[in-house]
Design a protein around this ligand. Structure first.
Ligand code: UD1
Ligand code: PEP
Length: 429
């Protein structure tokens, strides 16, 4: 087990290249189950979620081959509807996409309830509502979801909650259903468009991805194809926040700036200078930052996945900022850790209230989840002295080579193996 150490204070300067989107990758890989011949996905991020999903694809009989340029080819020809009730499915959230994809291809699946970041309750009732509407029988037996259908039939499905996972999962099953499916109140995140683009290249008929009504005409067969993933808007947002907090001038390459408009607007309000290129952002901070309030919303609103990193930045700004998370009202585990670093933050209801312009101090802290980890790294880069961050396995689920990328920008950051005693303390904390 490793920990990350950061000596704060260095100003960041240079360029950083953003990797492929985690939240696309984790759906694109299971989508390959639906094809009859090999699917190649290019530009995948080198993160542990991708590795775990590749192993799961192999467990059900897929042949996964590494390509140049971080591509993977998945040959689904010999896959079976092997049950996956336990094991790796519990390591990440997106294993739930095996439900939709295996239901679509085999008309049956047994998948353990997913893991992923604990952000308060994360039900999957809307996924199940969608599968049932398509004709599947769904039961929960000892923590695994059993799905079975004699035939999948297209249906009109209204999502009671706007859900990224449910929208994609229903799309995965519906592309192989008989007839027409309409998903109403669908999520509009760019990752949904990316998955729909892959499915369309495989032969699916999908209209409206990226709007709140998606129409799907089921087809009998899907085929292999080649697809290049979109850049990770959350990783890009994290580096943008990082550059705003401790950057002299940082150029962020391989970005779709339109995917980050809500964040960029808030940063500009704070006094950060951002120049948007076609696939690039240049971030400069010349003046003292002013606090702002943010409220997370579904896309194109401010993303919940950037709420925690943004809170770390607010500790530097003049004034008080309120961060309200309307998606996950319990996504505040990073706050206690930021407090250990001298941050003046309190949580009230579904919001954190940050009193800014405070000098953070290095401390021993624990990343409780992926974006809490990103928030702690940002705080550590601004802090006086050395910060030790445990819970690195969460960070490695979603940030490719984060220590190397930051080192190249001039940060003083490194990894160390934890001693046996530290591992024990960590596991008991
Ligand atoms: C792998 C992946 O893509 N993860 C992202 C995805 O998670 P995930 O797909 O799990 O998140 P959802 O969009 O489904 O969740 C949004 C909200 O709907 C609720 N809900 C969701 C499904 C359901 O069946 N019932 C229900 O009540 C959730 O508790 C949450 O409050 O979108 C989240 C919201 O942008 C991001 O934070 C995650 O990074
Ligand atoms: C919450 C996240 O991921 P997951 O849904 O995979 O747990 C995230 O990416 O911030």
């Amino acid at each position: 087990m490793q920990k990350i150490l950061v000596e704060g204070g260095n100003l960041l300067k240079g360029r950083v290249k953003i990797s492929g989107a985690k939240n696309s990758a984790v759906a694109l890989l299971p989508a390959a189950i639906l094809a009859e011949s090999p699917v190649t996905i290019e530009g995948l991020p080198d993160i542990s979620d991708v590795e775990t999903l590749s192993h799961l694809l192999e467990e059900i009989g897929g042949v996964v081959t590494k390509e140049d340029d971080q591509g993977l080819t998945i040959d689904p020809a010999n896959m079976t509807s092997m049950p996956l009730p336990n094991g790796k499915v519990k390591k990440l959230r997106a294993s739930y996409y095996f439900m939709g994809a295996m239901l679509g291809r085999f008309k049956q699946a047994v998948i353990g309830l997913p893991g992923g970041c604990y952000l308060g309750p994360r039900p999957i009732d809307q996924h199940i509502k969608g599968f049932e509407a398509l004709g599947a029988q769904v039961t929960n037996e000892q923590g695994a979801i059993y799905l079975r259908a004699d035939e999948l039939r297209g249906a009109r499905i209204y999502l009671d909650v706007v859900s990224v996972g449910a929208t994609i999962n229903i799309m995965l099953a519906a592309v192989r259903a008989k007839g027409k499916t309409v998903i109403e109140n669908a999520a509009k995140e760019p990752e949904i468009i990316d998955v729909a683009t892959l499915l369309t290249s495989m032969g699916a008929k999908i209209k409206g991805a990226g709007t709140d009504v998606i129409r799907i005409e089921g087809v009998d067969q899907l085929y292999g194809c080649q697809h290049t993933i979109i850049p990770d808007r959350i990783e890009a947002g994290t580096y943008t926040i990082l550059a705003a907090s401790q950057g002299e001038e940082v150029v962020i390459d391989n970005v779709i700036p339109q995917h980050l408009e809500s964040l960029l607007a808030k940063l500009r309000e704070m006094g950060v200078e951002i120049i948007e290129g076609e696939e690039q952002l240049t971030v400069r901070t010349r003046e003292k930052l002013k606090s702002v309030d943010v409220k997370t919303l579904v896309y194109p609103g401010f993303p919940t996945d950037l709420q925690q990193p943004f809170t770390a930045l607010l500790t530097k700004a003049q004034g008080t900022g309120v961060v309200t998370d309307t998606i996950y009202q319990a996504r505040f585990k990073h706050i206690d850790e930021l407090r250990r670093m001298n941050a003046q933050v309190k949580v009230e209801g579904g919001a954190s209230i940050v009193t800014g312009a405070v000098q953070l101090e290095g401390a021993k802290v624990k990343a409780s989840d992926l974006r809490a980890g990103a928030a702690l790294i940002i705080a550590a880069l601004m802090a006086d002295g050395i910060t030790e961050i445990t819970g690195v396995e969460h960070i490695d689920r979603g940030y490719e080579r984060i220590t190397e990328k930051l080192l190249a920008l001039g940060a003083n950051i490194w990894r160390e193996e934890m001693s046996e005693q530290e591992v024990e303390q960590f596991q008991n904390s």
